[in-house]
Design a protein around this ligand. Sequence first.
Ligand SMILES: Cc1ncc(COP(=O)(O)O)c(C=O)c1O
Length: 395
Amino acid sequence: MYMSDQVKMYIDKSSWIRRMFEEGLELKKKFGQDKVFDLSLGNPDLPPPKEVKETLENIVKNYDPSYHRYMPNTGFPLVREVMAKKITQEQGVKVNFEEIIMTCGAAGALNVIFKTLLNPGEEVLFPSPYFVEYFFYAENHQGIPKPVPTKEDFSLDMDKIENAITSKTKIFLINSPNNPTGQIYSEEEIKELCDLLIKKSQKLGRPIYLVSDEPYRNLAFDNEKVPSIFQFYNNSIIAYSFSKELSLAGERIGFIAVHPEIENKNFILEGLTICNRILGFVNAPALAQRVVANCAFSKVNVDVYQKRRDIICNILNEAGISFIKPKGGFFIFPRIPIEDLKFCEILKEKLILAVPGRTFGSSNHIRLSFCVSEEILEKMRPNFLEACEKIQNYV
Ligand SMILES: Cc1ncc(COP(=O)(O)O)c(C=O)c1O
């Protein structure tokens, strides 16, 4: 064979995403960029906070040719100090710089964590609906991805989780605020999950790791609190990202934070460090590290996403489409009365692009992103309502 069978399968699996993307481009070419309502992409469109540009200017002003050299695989120690402070503040548990490893975003972080922890055939469990890349990341490292259904309101279903855990389960992966649902797991849910993982780990005689994928932690609405993970579970690791909270998705910058009391901490830290290197990341981008060190406590204007969320909820209410109101992030996952592919097809006739829910594990939903302006959403409103009227013929 001229290429890997597995990669060919991945291409097939994601072919319709590519098709949709290409069709979106075609529509934009045909009708004009501003006539197409593209709610399919989760590409942060808000400007980064002003501190990002100021930091870049200062870096250039104080430019030193040594800035571009190789560094320790874990990142600059001074940058890791800042991230340790940030995680200490967010988690309410003292974290030290040695427990931080700078990475190429959360995607890089998750791959490094999975490579470090997984033996072939071990399971990575995660609630469904889910971020589709989890499948690829787990399989990259010979893990078995295993989605576990959530309740109707996308909260964790502890009975289902308990039944899904087997002797092969190595990692439980959560993402809150969630892509695609926008839900935040409550402190009670997190505590209950951690108690269950402690009980199951004791039975297995080894830890099940709790990995928390946190690109949206600081995009919570209505003063919602995103609960700490570290306070409730020692064998936990956080995959953090600045792609969304600083709108720096293209810069590929994030980090791993390891619980200071994790079992076999030194081995795990050494493992993560070598995996960052041998997966080919080597280290997180030097320039981006300098930027986030200075902007780690800033964030984009989350009120803008919240206002857009309110407009979309209003449109969905007017259209009679049911949904669970997102508590954070920039996605909504409405329940639809007909199959997702057909629904998306009808939306497309009205020049609205959405992602079929099956990508995230449910063909009864679609995903809409709020990475477009309020004006565009308001312009889209009549088209969306017309599409939903047409859909009534298929119900
Ligand atoms: C749930 C989730 N995890 C991880 C990532 C990857 O983020 P990063 O850009 O930091 O690699 C994304 C990006 O969309 C995401 O939605």
